[in-house]
Design a protein around this ligand. Structure first.
Ligand SMILES: Cc1cc2nc3c(=O)[nH]c(=O)nc-3n(C[C@H](O)[C@H](O)[C@H](O)COP(=O)(O)OP(=O)(O)OC[C@H]3O[C@@H](n4cnc5c(N)ncnc54)[C@H](O)[C@@H]3O)c2cc1C
Length: 454
Protein backbone atom coordinates (compact mmCIF):
# COMPACT_ATOMS: atom_id res chain seq x y z
CA UNK A 1 0.00 0.00 0.00
CA UNK A 2 1.42 3.38 -1.06
CA UNK A 3 1.64 6.03 1.72
CA UNK A 4 -0.58 9.07 1.38
CA UNK A 5 1.20 12.12 0.03
CA UNK A 6 -0.24 15.54 0.85
CA UNK A 7 0.71 18.77 -0.89
CA UNK A 8 0.43 22.26 0.58
CA UNK A 9 0.68 25.19 -1.83
CA UNK A 10 1.79 28.44 -0.18
CA UNK A 11 4.27 28.87 2.66
CA UNK A 12 2.65 31.74 4.54
CA UNK A 13 1.57 31.16 8.14
CA UNK A 14 -1.49 29.16 7.03
CA UNK A 15 0.48 26.83 4.79
CA UNK A 16 3.30 26.38 7.30
CA UNK A 17 0.84 25.64 10.12
CA UNK A 18 -0.95 23.09 7.93
CA UNK A 19 2.24 21.39 6.76
CA UNK A 20 3.63 21.25 10.28
CA UNK A 21 0.43 19.78 11.72
CA UNK A 22 0.50 17.08 9.03
CA UNK A 23 4.19 16.33 9.47
CA UNK A 24 3.60 16.10 13.24
CA UNK A 25 0.94 13.48 12.46
CA UNK A 26 3.56 11.52 10.47
CA UNK A 27 1.96 12.35 7.12
CA UNK A 28 4.21 12.58 4.07
CA UNK A 29 3.79 16.29 3.27
CA UNK A 30 5.39 18.60 0.69
CA UNK A 31 5.11 22.38 1.02
CA UNK A 32 5.50 24.44 -2.16
CA UNK A 33 6.42 28.11 -1.80
CA UNK A 34 7.14 30.36 -4.74
CA UNK A 35 9.45 32.70 -2.81
CA UNK A 36 12.94 31.86 -1.51
CA UNK A 37 11.67 31.91 2.11
CA UNK A 38 8.63 31.03 4.20
CA UNK A 39 6.38 33.49 6.00
CA UNK A 40 4.26 34.95 3.19
CA UNK A 41 2.87 38.36 4.08
CA UNK A 42 5.08 38.48 7.17
CA UNK A 43 8.43 39.29 5.66
CA UNK A 44 11.42 41.62 5.90
CA UNK A 45 13.71 43.47 3.52
CA UNK A 46 17.41 44.21 3.97
CA UNK A 47 18.84 47.71 3.42
CA UNK A 48 22.44 48.60 4.23
CA UNK A 49 22.75 45.75 6.70
CA UNK A 50 19.50 46.55 8.52
CA UNK A 51 16.27 44.52 8.41
CA UNK A 52 12.96 46.27 7.93
CA UNK A 53 9.74 44.29 8.25
CA UNK A 54 7.24 44.78 5.42
CA UNK A 55 4.91 45.97 8.16
CA UNK A 56 4.79 46.01 11.92
CA UNK A 57 2.95 42.90 13.07
CA UNK A 58 1.42 42.58 16.51
CA UNK A 59 -0.52 39.80 18.15
CA UNK A 60 -2.75 39.86 21.20
CA UNK A 61 -2.98 37.68 24.26
CA UNK A 62 -6.16 36.12 22.83
CA UNK A 63 -4.22 34.82 19.77
CA UNK A 64 -3.74 31.38 21.27
CA UNK A 65 -3.23 29.40 18.05
CA UNK A 66 -0.56 31.83 16.88
CA UNK A 67 1.26 31.63 20.24
CA UNK A 68 1.13 27.82 20.13
CA UNK A 69 2.55 28.00 16.60
CA UNK A 70 5.37 30.27 17.79
CA UNK A 71 6.13 27.79 20.54
CA UNK A 72 6.08 24.87 18.07
CA UNK A 73 8.62 26.57 15.80
CA UNK A 74 10.85 27.21 18.82
CA UNK A 75 10.50 31.00 18.68
CA UNK A 76 8.99 31.84 22.06
CA UNK A 77 12.14 33.73 23.04
CA UNK A 78 11.90 35.81 19.86
CA UNK A 79 8.57 37.43 20.69
CA UNK A 80 7.66 39.83 23.46
CA UNK A 81 4.22 39.83 25.08
CA UNK A 82 3.18 42.49 27.58
CA UNK A 83 2.48 41.10 31.03
CA UNK A 84 -0.42 43.56 31.19
CA UNK A 85 -1.97 45.62 28.38
CA UNK A 86 -0.56 49.14 28.30
CA UNK A 87 -1.07 51.19 25.16
CA UNK A 88 0.04 54.81 25.58
CA UNK A 89 -1.84 57.31 23.44
CA UNK A 90 -0.06 60.55 22.59
CA UNK A 91 -0.94 63.83 20.88
CA UNK A 92 1.36 66.58 19.56
CA UNK A 93 2.05 68.84 22.49
CA UNK A 94 2.75 65.90 24.72
CA UNK A 95 -0.62 64.96 26.22
CA UNK A 96 -0.50 61.27 27.10
CA UNK A 97 -3.21 58.91 28.25
CA UNK A 98 -3.28 55.17 28.06
CA UNK A 99 -5.50 52.20 27.46
CA UNK A 100 -4.36 49.72 30.04
CA UNK A 101 -5.69 47.04 32.29
CA UNK A 102 -5.74 46.49 36.01
CA UNK A 103 -5.56 43.16 37.83
CA UNK A 104 -9.37 42.94 37.98
CA UNK A 105 -11.21 40.30 35.94
CA UNK A 106 -12.70 41.21 32.54
CA UNK A 107 -14.44 43.50 31.79
CA UNK A 108 -13.69 45.39 35.00
CA UNK A 109 -9.98 45.30 34.09
CA UNK A 110 -10.46 48.26 31.71
CA UNK A 111 -12.71 50.43 33.86
CA UNK A 112 -10.12 52.55 35.64
CA UNK A 113 -8.12 53.27 32.49
CA UNK A 114 -11.21 54.22 30.45
CA UNK A 115 -12.56 56.34 33.31
CA UNK A 116 -9.31 58.34 33.19
CA UNK A 117 -8.97 58.41 29.40
CA UNK A 118 -8.17 62.06 28.71
CA UNK A 119 -9.08 62.16 25.06
CA UNK A 120 -12.80 61.77 25.72
CA UNK A 121 -15.05 64.10 27.73
CA UNK A 122 -16.54 62.85 31.01
CA UNK A 123 -19.88 62.42 29.24
CA UNK A 124 -18.28 60.45 26.40
CA UNK A 125 -16.52 58.21 28.94
CA UNK A 126 -19.79 57.58 30.77
CA UNK A 127 -21.48 56.68 27.47
CA UNK A 128 -18.84 54.01 26.81
CA UNK A 129 -20.58 51.83 29.39
CA UNK A 130 -23.70 51.66 27.24
CA UNK A 131 -21.83 50.40 24.18
CA UNK A 132 -19.67 47.97 26.17
CA UNK A 133 -22.71 46.39 27.82
CA UNK A 134 -24.47 46.11 24.45
CA UNK A 135 -21.35 44.53 22.90
CA UNK A 136 -21.37 41.90 25.63
CA UNK A 137 -24.98 41.05 24.83
CA UNK A 138 -24.49 40.60 21.08
CA UNK A 139 -24.93 37.09 19.73
CA UNK A 140 -21.80 36.67 17.61
CA UNK A 141 -23.43 33.85 15.63
CA UNK A 142 -26.24 36.17 14.46
CA UNK A 143 -25.73 36.67 10.67
CA UNK A 144 -27.41 40.09 10.80
CA UNK A 145 -24.27 41.45 12.52
CA UNK A 146 -22.55 41.21 9.15
CA UNK A 147 -25.10 43.49 7.49
CA UNK A 148 -24.18 46.77 9.18
CA UNK A 149 -21.08 48.78 9.92
CA UNK A 150 -19.55 48.94 13.38
CA UNK A 151 -19.72 52.75 13.14
CA UNK A 152 -23.51 52.75 12.63
CA UNK A 153 -23.93 50.32 15.51
CA UNK A 154 -21.75 52.46 17.78
CA UNK A 155 -23.78 55.56 16.95
CA UNK A 156 -26.97 53.64 17.78
CA UNK A 157 -25.41 52.96 21.16
CA UNK A 158 -24.59 56.51 22.10
CA UNK A 159 -21.10 56.89 20.63
CA UNK A 160 -20.18 60.17 18.94
CA UNK A 161 -17.89 60.35 15.89
CA UNK A 162 -15.33 61.90 18.25
CA UNK A 163 -15.48 58.84 20.52
CA UNK A 164 -15.17 56.59 17.46
CA UNK A 165 -12.11 58.49 16.23
CA UNK A 166 -10.43 58.88 19.59
CA UNK A 167 -11.03 55.48 21.10
CA UNK A 168 -12.87 52.79 19.12
CA UNK A 169 -10.83 53.28 15.94
CA UNK A 170 -7.55 52.97 17.85
CA UNK A 171 -8.45 49.32 18.25
CA UNK A 172 -10.57 48.51 15.24
CA UNK A 173 -8.59 50.18 12.45
CA UNK A 174 -5.37 48.23 13.08
CA UNK A 175 -7.11 44.92 13.84
CA UNK A 176 -9.56 44.95 10.91
CA UNK A 177 -7.42 47.15 8.65
CA UNK A 178 -10.52 49.26 8.10
CA UNK A 179 -12.11 52.09 10.08
CA UNK A 180 -15.24 51.55 12.18
CA UNK A 181 -17.40 53.44 9.69
CA UNK A 182 -16.57 50.95 6.92
CA UNK A 183 -16.08 47.70 8.81
CA UNK A 184 -18.47 44.86 9.49
CA UNK A 185 -20.05 44.81 12.95
CA UNK A 186 -19.60 41.01 12.97
CA UNK A 187 -15.79 41.15 12.89
CA UNK A 188 -15.52 44.25 15.07
CA UNK A 189 -17.75 42.75 17.75
CA UNK A 190 -15.69 39.56 17.69
CA UNK A 191 -12.47 41.56 18.23
CA UNK A 192 -13.87 43.45 21.21
CA UNK A 193 -15.49 40.40 22.75
CA UNK A 194 -12.51 38.07 22.44
CA UNK A 195 -9.81 40.68 22.97
CA UNK A 196 -11.30 42.94 25.59
CA UNK A 197 -14.43 41.64 27.24
CA UNK A 198 -14.05 37.91 27.86
CA UNK A 199 -10.63 37.49 29.45
CA UNK A 200 -8.45 40.05 31.15
CA UNK A 201 -5.25 39.16 29.24
CA UNK A 202 -6.97 39.04 25.83
CA UNK A 203 -5.60 42.37 24.61
CA UNK A 204 -2.07 42.24 26.02
CA UNK A 205 0.04 43.22 23.03
CA UNK A 206 2.94 41.20 21.64
CA UNK A 207 5.38 41.53 18.77
CA UNK A 208 8.47 40.00 17.28
CA UNK A 209 11.85 41.10 18.59
CA UNK A 210 13.63 39.73 15.52
CA UNK A 211 12.98 40.33 11.80
CA UNK A 212 9.86 38.55 10.58
CA UNK A 213 11.80 36.46 8.07
CA UNK A 214 13.74 35.04 11.01
CA UNK A 215 10.70 34.63 13.24
CA UNK A 216 8.43 32.89 10.75
CA UNK A 217 10.84 32.09 7.90
CA UNK A 218 13.98 30.42 9.22
CA UNK A 219 12.35 29.01 12.37
CA UNK A 220 9.52 27.45 10.37
CA UNK A 221 11.87 26.00 7.76
CA UNK A 222 14.06 24.38 10.40
CA UNK A 223 11.06 22.98 12.29
CA UNK A 224 9.42 21.60 9.15
CA UNK A 225 12.64 19.84 8.18
CA UNK A 226 13.02 18.42 11.67
CA UNK A 227 9.43 17.18 11.56
CA UNK A 228 10.12 15.37 8.28
CA UNK A 229 8.25 17.66 5.86
CA UNK A 230 9.63 18.36 2.40
CA UNK A 231 9.84 22.08 1.64
CA UNK A 232 10.30 23.25 -1.93
CA UNK A 233 11.20 26.95 -1.99
CA UNK A 234 11.33 28.99 -5.22
CA UNK A 235 8.61 26.66 -6.46
CA UNK A 236 5.55 28.21 -8.03
CA UNK A 237 2.45 26.11 -8.67
CA UNK A 238 0.73 27.09 -11.91
CA UNK A 239 -2.27 24.75 -11.97
CA UNK A 240 -4.10 22.12 -9.96
CA UNK A 241 -5.91 19.27 -11.69
CA UNK A 242 -8.10 16.79 -9.80
CA UNK A 243 -7.56 13.29 -11.16
CA UNK A 244 -10.54 11.12 -12.13
CA UNK A 245 -9.56 8.31 -9.80
CA UNK A 246 -8.56 10.51 -6.90
CA UNK A 247 -5.63 12.71 -6.07
CA UNK A 248 -4.36 15.86 -7.73
CA UNK A 249 -1.61 16.85 -10.07
CA UNK A 250 0.11 20.18 -9.55
CA UNK A 251 2.13 21.80 -12.31
CA UNK A 252 5.27 23.49 -11.06
CA UNK A 253 7.83 25.09 -13.33
CA UNK A 254 7.53 22.47 -16.08
CA UNK A 255 7.23 19.55 -13.66
CA UNK A 256 4.14 17.65 -12.53
CA UNK A 257 3.78 16.63 -8.88
CA UNK A 258 1.12 14.16 -7.73
CA UNK A 259 -0.65 14.34 -4.38
CA UNK A 260 -3.44 12.36 -2.78
CA UNK A 261 -4.76 15.41 -0.92
CA UNK A 262 -4.04 19.07 -1.33
CA UNK A 263 -4.24 22.22 0.78
CA UNK A 264 -4.16 25.46 -1.18
CA UNK A 265 -2.90 28.15 1.21
CA UNK A 266 -2.28 31.04 -1.17
CA UNK A 267 -4.01 34.41 -1.46
CA UNK A 268 -7.53 34.12 -2.96
CA UNK A 269 -6.45 35.58 -6.30
CA UNK A 270 -3.82 32.87 -6.72
CA UNK A 271 -6.27 30.15 -5.62
CA UNK A 272 -8.59 31.41 -8.37
CA UNK A 273 -5.77 31.25 -10.95
CA UNK A 274 -4.89 27.73 -9.83
CA UNK A 275 -8.47 26.73 -10.62
CA UNK A 276 -9.49 25.68 -7.11
CA UNK A 277 -12.18 28.35 -6.67
CA UNK A 278 -15.29 28.64 -8.78
CA UNK A 279 -14.14 31.42 -11.11
CA UNK A 280 -17.73 32.49 -11.79
CA UNK A 281 -18.04 33.65 -8.19
CA UNK A 282 -15.22 36.21 -8.63
CA UNK A 283 -14.44 35.66 -4.97
CA UNK A 284 -11.04 37.34 -4.91
CA UNK A 285 -12.49 40.53 -6.35
CA UNK A 286 -15.48 40.47 -4.00
CA UNK A 287 -13.35 39.89 -0.89
CA UNK A 288 -11.50 43.06 -1.88
CA UNK A 289 -8.25 44.31 -0.44
CA UNK A 290 -7.14 46.87 2.10
CA UNK A 291 -3.60 48.31 2.05
CA UNK A 292 -1.03 48.91 4.80
CA UNK A 293 1.88 51.35 4.56
CA UNK A 294 4.82 51.47 6.98
CA UNK A 295 7.39 54.25 7.17
CA UNK A 296 10.68 53.32 8.81
CA UNK A 297 13.01 56.06 10.05
CA UNK A 298 16.59 55.44 11.17
CA UNK A 299 17.86 58.25 13.41
CA UNK A 300 21.33 58.93 14.77
CA UNK A 301 20.00 59.13 18.34
CA UNK A 302 17.12 57.99 20.51
CA UNK A 303 14.16 60.36 20.47
CA UNK A 304 11.64 58.39 22.54
CA UNK A 305 11.71 55.69 25.20
CA UNK A 306 8.29 54.35 24.21
CA UNK A 307 8.33 50.88 22.66
CA UNK A 308 4.85 51.35 21.18
CA UNK A 309 2.51 54.31 21.07
CA UNK A 310 -0.81 55.16 19.43
CA UNK A 311 -1.19 58.73 18.22
CA UNK A 312 -4.11 61.12 17.88
CA UNK A 313 -4.36 64.47 16.04
CA UNK A 314 -1.42 63.33 13.93
CA UNK A 315 -1.09 61.48 10.62
CA UNK A 316 0.90 58.92 12.64
CA UNK A 317 -1.44 56.15 13.83
CA UNK A 318 0.95 53.81 15.60
CA UNK A 319 4.67 54.03 16.19
CA UNK A 320 7.00 51.22 17.29
CA UNK A 321 10.65 51.20 18.30
CA UNK A 322 12.32 48.54 16.12
CA UNK A 323 15.95 49.41 16.94
CA UNK A 324 16.95 45.98 18.27
CA UNK A 325 14.89 43.96 15.80
CA UNK A 326 16.33 45.78 12.78
CA UNK A 327 19.90 45.24 13.97
CA UNK A 328 20.82 48.84 14.78
CA UNK A 329 23.95 49.26 16.93
CA UNK A 330 23.27 52.87 17.97
CA UNK A 331 20.63 55.51 17.35
CA UNK A 332 16.99 54.53 16.92
CA UNK A 333 14.82 52.85 14.30
CA UNK A 334 11.17 53.84 14.50
CA UNK A 335 8.39 52.48 12.35
CA UNK A 336 5.13 54.26 11.67
CA UNK A 337 2.33 51.82 10.86
CA UNK A 338 -0.61 53.06 8.80
CA UNK A 339 -3.49 50.65 8.36
CA UNK A 340 -6.45 51.12 6.00
CA UNK A 341 -3.90 53.21 4.12
CA UNK A 342 -5.85 53.88 0.90
CA UNK A 343 -4.89 57.54 1.22
CA UNK A 344 -1.15 56.81 1.33
CA UNK A 345 -0.62 53.67 -0.72
CA UNK A 346 -0.06 55.57 -3.98
CA UNK A 347 2.06 58.36 -2.49
CA UNK A 348 5.80 58.34 -3.22
CA UNK A 349 8.53 58.11 -0.57
CA UNK A 350 9.75 61.63 -1.41
CA UNK A 351 6.38 62.97 -0.28
CA UNK A 352 5.65 60.56 2.59
CA UNK A 353 9.02 60.77 4.34
CA UNK A 354 9.05 64.56 5.00
CA UNK A 355 5.35 64.59 5.91
CA UNK A 356 5.78 61.86 8.52
CA UNK A 357 9.13 63.09 9.76
CA UNK A 358 7.51 66.44 10.57
CA UNK A 359 4.68 64.58 12.33
CA UNK A 360 7.29 62.62 14.30
CA UNK A 361 8.99 65.87 15.35
CA UNK A 362 5.65 67.27 16.55
CA UNK A 363 5.13 64.22 18.76
CA UNK A 364 8.75 63.86 19.87
CA UNK A 365 10.48 67.28 19.77
CA UNK A 366 13.86 65.58 20.39
CA UNK A 367 13.64 64.32 16.79
CA UNK A 368 14.25 67.89 15.55
CA UNK A 369 17.85 67.64 16.73
CA UNK A 370 18.34 64.15 15.31
CA UNK A 371 19.93 63.35 11.98
CA UNK A 372 17.67 61.24 9.76
CA UNK A 373 19.97 58.51 8.44
CA UNK A 374 17.46 56.55 6.37
CA UNK A 375 13.77 56.52 5.39
CA UNK A 376 12.30 53.32 4.05
CA UNK A 377 8.67 52.97 2.99
CA UNK A 378 7.09 49.52 2.72
CA UNK A 379 3.74 49.18 0.98
CA UNK A 380 1.39 46.21 0.89
CA UNK A 381 -1.50 46.85 -1.51
CA UNK A 382 -3.35 43.65 -0.60
CA UNK A 383 -2.38 43.38 3.07
CA UNK A 384 -5.79 42.00 4.04
CA UNK A 385 -9.25 41.48 2.60
CA UNK A 386 -11.67 44.38 3.01
CA UNK A 387 -13.59 43.70 6.22
CA UNK A 388 -16.79 45.48 5.12
CA UNK A 389 -20.34 44.29 5.86
CA UNK A 390 -21.12 41.12 3.93
CA UNK A 391 -17.54 39.83 4.18
CA UNK A 392 -18.35 36.90 6.45
CA UNK A 393 -20.80 35.36 3.97
CA UNK A 394 -18.15 35.57 1.23
CA UNK A 395 -15.27 33.93 3.11
CA UNK A 396 -15.05 30.24 2.25
CA UNK A 397 -14.65 27.38 4.65
CA UNK A 398 -11.43 25.36 4.60
CA UNK A 399 -13.32 22.39 3.16
CA UNK A 400 -14.29 22.44 -0.51
CA UNK A 401 -16.82 20.41 -2.49
CA UNK A 402 -13.89 18.45 -3.98
CA UNK A 403 -12.89 15.56 -1.68
CA UNK A 404 -9.28 15.81 -0.65
CA UNK A 405 -9.02 19.50 -1.57
CA UNK A 406 -8.82 22.05 1.23
CA UNK A 407 -8.23 25.79 1.45
CA UNK A 408 -6.27 27.67 4.09
CA UNK A 409 -5.45 31.31 4.58
CA UNK A 410 -6.40 34.27 6.73
CA UNK A 411 -9.24 34.88 4.24
CA UNK A 412 -10.98 31.59 5.09
CA UNK A 413 -13.93 31.91 7.42
CA UNK A 414 -12.48 31.25 10.83
CA UNK A 415 -14.47 34.04 12.51
CA UNK A 416 -11.24 36.01 12.92
CA UNK A 417 -10.14 39.09 10.97
CA UNK A 418 -7.30 38.72 8.43
CA UNK A 419 -4.62 38.13 11.02
CA UNK A 420 -1.74 35.81 11.82
CA UNK A 421 -4.10 34.08 14.25
CA UNK A 422 -6.71 33.53 11.53
CA UNK A 423 -4.03 32.22 9.15
CA UNK A 424 -2.67 29.70 11.69
CA UNK A 425 -6.17 28.58 12.69
CA UNK A 426 -7.11 28.00 9.05
CA UNK A 427 -3.96 25.95 8.45
CA UNK A 428 -4.61 23.86 11.54
CA UNK A 429 -8.23 23.32 10.50
CA UNK A 430 -7.31 22.31 6.94
CA UNK A 431 -4.78 19.82 8.33
CA UNK A 432 -7.46 18.35 10.61
CA UNK A 433 -9.71 18.08 7.53
CA UNK A 434 -7.06 16.01 5.76
CA UNK A 435 -6.42 13.87 8.84
CA UNK A 436 -10.14 13.24 9.33
CA UNK A 437 -10.45 12.12 5.77
CA UNK A 438 -7.53 9.77 6.20
CA UNK A 439 -8.44 8.48 9.61
CA UNK A 440 -9.26 4.84 9.74
CA UNK A 441 -7.79 4.09 6.33
CA UNK A 442 -4.08 4.70 6.86
CA UNK A 443 -3.83 5.04 3.11
CA UNK A 444 -5.23 6.96 0.18
CA UNK A 445 -8.24 4.64 -0.04
CA UNK A 446 -10.53 6.93 1.98
CA UNK A 447 -9.74 9.83 -0.31
CA UNK A 448 -10.33 7.74 -3.39
CA UNK A 449 -13.64 6.41 -2.04
CA UNK A 450 -14.78 9.99 -1.36
CA UNK A 451 -13.82 11.00 -4.89
CA UNK A 452 -15.66 8.03 -6.35
CA UNK A 453 -18.86 9.18 -4.60
CA UNK A 454 -18.87 12.51 -6.47
C1 LIG B 1 1.92 45.11 6.32
C2 LIG B 1 1.07 44.11 7.03
C3 LIG B 1 0.82 44.26 8.39
C4 LIG B 1 0.04 43.30 9.06
N1 LIG B 1 -0.14 43.44 10.40
C5 LIG B 1 -0.69 42.42 11.08
C6 LIG B 1 -0.71 42.44 12.49
O1 LIG B 1 -0.25 43.38 13.12
N2 LIG B 1 -1.26 41.37 13.14
C7 LIG B 1 -1.76 40.31 12.47
O2 LIG B 1 -2.21 39.34 13.12
N3 LIG B 1 -1.79 40.28 11.12
C8 LIG B 1 -1.26 41.29 10.41
N4 LIG B 1 -1.23 41.26 9.05
C9 LIG B 1 -1.94 40.17 8.36
C10 LIG B 1 -1.13 38.89 8.34
O3 LIG B 1 0.19 39.15 7.92
C11 LIG B 1 -1.78 37.93 7.34
O4 LIG B 1 -3.16 37.77 7.64
C12 LIG B 1 -1.17 36.54 7.36
O5 LIG B 1 0.24 36.60 7.38
C13 LIG B 1 -1.66 35.80 6.11
O6 LIG B 1 -1.07 34.53 6.06
P1 LIG B 1 -1.55 33.49 4.97
O7 LIG B 1 -0.73 32.28 5.14
O8 LIG B 1 -3.02 33.35 5.02
O9 LIG B 1 -1.27 34.15 3.54
P2 LIG B 1 0.06 34.65 2.85
O10 LIG B 1 0.98 35.20 3.86
O11 LIG B 1 -0.38 35.53 1.73
O12 LIG B 1 0.72 33.33 2.27
C14 LIG B 1 0.49 32.84 0.98
C15 LIG B 1 1.76 32.23 0.47
O13 LIG B 1 1.51 31.62 -0.78
C16 LIG B 1 2.65 31.81 -1.61
N5 LIG B 1 2.24 31.61 -2.99
C17 LIG B 1 1.47 32.42 -3.73
N6 LIG B 1 1.30 31.90 -4.96
C18 LIG B 1 1.96 30.71 -4.98
C19 LIG B 1 2.14 29.71 -5.97
N7 LIG B 1 1.58 29.84 -7.17
N8 LIG B 1 2.87 28.62 -5.66
C20 LIG B 1 3.45 28.49 -4.43
N9 LIG B 1 3.31 29.44 -3.45
C21 LIG B 1 2.56 30.52 -3.73
C22 LIG B 1 3.05 33.25 -1.29
O14 LIG B 1 4.36 33.54 -1.72
C23 LIG B 1 2.85 33.26 0.23
O15 LIG B 1 4.04 32.86 0.87
C24 LIG B 1 -0.52 42.21 8.35
C25 LIG B 1 -0.28 42.08 6.98
C26 LIG B 1 0.51 43.01 6.33
C27 LIG B 1 0.77 42.83 4.88
Amino acid sequence: MRPTRVGVIGGGLAGVAAALALADASIDVTLLERRPHLGGLTTSIERDGLSFDNGQHVFLGCCTAYQAFIERIGATEQVYLQSRLNMPVLTPGGTVSSISRSRLPAPLHLVSSLARYRFLSIKERALLVRAVLALRRLDLSDPSLDTMTFGDWLRQHGQSQRAIDRLWNLIIQPTLNLGANQSSLALAAMVFRVGFLEQSNGADVGWSVVPLTTLHGSNALRTLHQAGAEVLLNTSASSVTPQPNGGFTVHVDGEVLAFDALIVATAPKVAETLGVLNSELHLAERLGTSPIVNIHFVLDRRVTDLAMVACLDSPIEFLFDRSDACGLASGQCLVISLSAADKYIGVGTSELAPLFFEALCELFPRARDAKLLASVVTREHAATFRASPGIETLRPSTTTPVPGLFLAGAWCNMGWPATMEGAVRSGNEAAVGVLNLLSGSGSTDALHRERAKT
